[in-house]
Design a binder for this molecule. Structure first.
Ligand code: SF4
Length: 87
């Protein structure tokens, strides 16, 4: 039996995930708050691609993942509905 054991990049390799070092506040801001700082940090993170893939595959609806906001991930999914599904 196959069991999907995807683990968020920040959990799998916290030493490389910059958000694990800065705290979650930047990445899950209050509605309407800026995500600029989170995106800036993601832009320097080695885990960015894996993080974004994880978020798309797991339909993460909230927060900044892989440098993209909730709205940006939604836009990406709408542009390519297969994105992240059954990778
Ligand atoms: S890309 Fe951003 S959200 Fe993802 S692990 Fe890196 S710092 Fe965290």
């Amino acid at each position: 039996m196959y069991i999907d054991t995807l683990t968020p990049p920040s959990v799998a390799r916290p030493e490389q995930a910059l958000c694990a070092q800065t705290g979650a506040d930047f990445f899950f801001p209050e509605p309407g708050s800026s995500v600029r700082e989170a995106k800036r940090i993601c832009g320097m993170c080695e885990m960015r691609s894996a993080c974004l893939e994880y978020a798309l595959a797991n339909d993460e609806r909230f927060g900044v993942w892989g440098g993209l906001s909730e709205k940006e991930r939604l836009r990406l999914r709408r542009a390519d509905p297969n994105k992240g599904i059954g990778r």
